[in-house]
Design a protein around this ligand. Structure first.
Ligand code: G1P
Length: 291
């Protein structure tokens, strides 16, 4: 079984839900406390053993490239001021030289299309896909849990969680088969089904380990839900040839593509911080008293 060394990060989306904040800034650079969403996702990937990172970007996303580079002038100033701990933190962000590649999705044709745009950089190996909007907080990084599951059962592994019935039309939803511990066999998948016809309320969250055959299927994948080329549809087609499991991961997922979810993530991460946690917790307690 080949190890999972490569991760694809589709970061070409326009972020219209966060306008005007995202007018001149990629949505993946929105901070949770003081770290951009994309950095959380990259750190999660590296903690799971990922060596090569592929960003599928689009126009207006150069801030992401700059973030994952050295910042000579800034670092010079921090060094003169002997701000050593923040300097060390900044120097770690890019990772080893040459470990990040960028390709562009020229048109917003869907998640499946974005992943397919990375096909020439994936050398017939299994690969991970991480959607930075889905921020997962937990003791063991979500992708690491998935890699451990992959080492047991192989095939395709998707992160799943149960969502309220009325939210099925926001997600890829699975037809569950046999369940063993945290792993559920996937017998079918459909993108954004109406709650009335959803096969279950077990939804796919933005973490995938996929076999390269999914890219071959994407070569010919037609537009599906929302007129977009859907990753879900390609994974569904692969079900006959690739065993596919959902992992009910341990951790809390925040939908940071949604304003409320993003605020909740900020609160959850803030209250655990030594520096600002007490002040934020006090403020929340005060709000509760006044409610
Ligand atoms: C994408 C996928 C969907 C998945 C979701 C998880 O949808 O297409 O299957 O459930 O991410 O966040 P999007 O949120 O991009 O509409």
């Amino acid at each position: 079984m080949k190890p999972v060394r490569i991760a694809v990060f589709p970061v070409g989306g326009l972020g219209t839900r966060f306008l005007p904040a995202t007018k001149a800034m990629p949505k993946e650079m929105l901070p949770v406390v003081d770290k951009p969403l994309i950095q959380y996702a990259v750190e999660e990937a590296r903690a799971a053993g990922i060596e090569e990172i592929i960003f599928v970007t689009g126009r207006g996303k150069t801030a992401i490239e700059d973030h994952f580079d050295y910042a000579a002038e800034l670092e010079g100033i921090l060094s003169n001021r002997e701000k050593n701990s923040v300097l060390t933190e900044l120097r770690e962000i890019p990772g080893p030289p040459g470990s990040i590649a960028y390709t562009r999705q020229q048109e917003p044709l869907g998640l499946g299309h974005a992943v397919w745009c990375a096909r020439h950089l994936i050398h017939n190996e299994p690969f991970a896909v991480l959607l930075a909007d889905d921020l997962i907080k937990g003791d063991v990084p979500c992708l690491k849990q998935m890699v451990e599951a992959y080492e047991q059962v192989g095939g395709n592994i998707l992160a799943v969680t149960d969502v309220p019935q009325e939210h099925t039309n926001r997600y890829g939803v699975i037809t569950p088969g046999e369940t063993k511990g945290n792993l559920v066999e996937i017998n079918g998948m459909v993108e954004k089904p109406d709650p009335a016809v959803a096969p279950s309320r077990t939804a796919v969250i933005g973490r995938y380990i996929l076999q390269p055959v999914v890219l071959d299927i994407l070569d010919n994948q037609q537009a599906g839900a929302g007129g977009e080329i859907q990753l879900t549809d390609a994974i569904a087609k692969a079900l006959t040839v690739i065993p596919t499991h959902g992992l009910h991961f341990e951790g809390t997922r925040f939908d940071c593509g949604d304003k409320a979810g993003h605020i909740m993530a900020n609160i959850a991460f803030a209250i655990e911080r030594e520096d600002i946690g007490p002040a934020v917790s006090q403020y929340i307690a005060r709000l509760q008293l006044n409610a």
